[in-house]
Write a protein that binds this ligand. Structure first.
Ligand code: ZN
Length: 137
């Protein structure tokens, strides 16, 4: 069994933002040389998440609108007494920091309308990381 580790570094420029990382993830799978296995996409952050869905500009805004409604950044969360980002922690905890994709015949398997996004909920941030680990043979 082989493993391949790749770290994507990116920056965000809005408080709430979806960043499409599909190309970088697929490039990591290609470079890994692994034909069959799994690809973990993991954000090592407590205030961001990873999701897979369609990259259509209207839908991207719809998802961000729903995330804002859901995590309620204007609410008086307790954590905001020490750090003004409770909403982003809640989003990260509930949407999840990772997604796993199958790898078959050297290609990451995803639906036609499943691009891979980092969900920024506490931007802008100078540095955000996404770890891509491919495991298989
Ligand atoms: Zn915090």
């Amino acid at each position: 069994m082989k493993t391949y580790f790749h770290e994507i570094t990116l920056s965000t420029d809005r408080r709430f933002q979806l960043i499409d990382i599909t190309h970088e993830v697929e490039e990591a799978v290609r470079k890994s040389g692994i034909r069959n296995g799994l690809c973990l996409v993991f954000a090592p952050h407590a205030t961001a998440a990873i999701v897979a869905n369609e990259h259509e500009s209207g839908l991207v805004e719809d998802i961000l609108t729903k995330i804002r409604e859901f995590v309620q950044p204007e609410r008086r969360w307790r954590h905001n007494i020490i750090d003004d980002n409770a909403h982003a922690h809640i989003g990260s905890a509930l949407f999840g920091s990772e997604r796993i994709f199958p790898v078959r015949d050297g290609r990451l398997i995803r639906g036609t309308w499943q691009n891979i996004f980092l969900v920024e909920m506490d931007g802008p941030r100078h540095r955000r990381y996404v770890i891509v680990e491919v495991i298989g043979e």
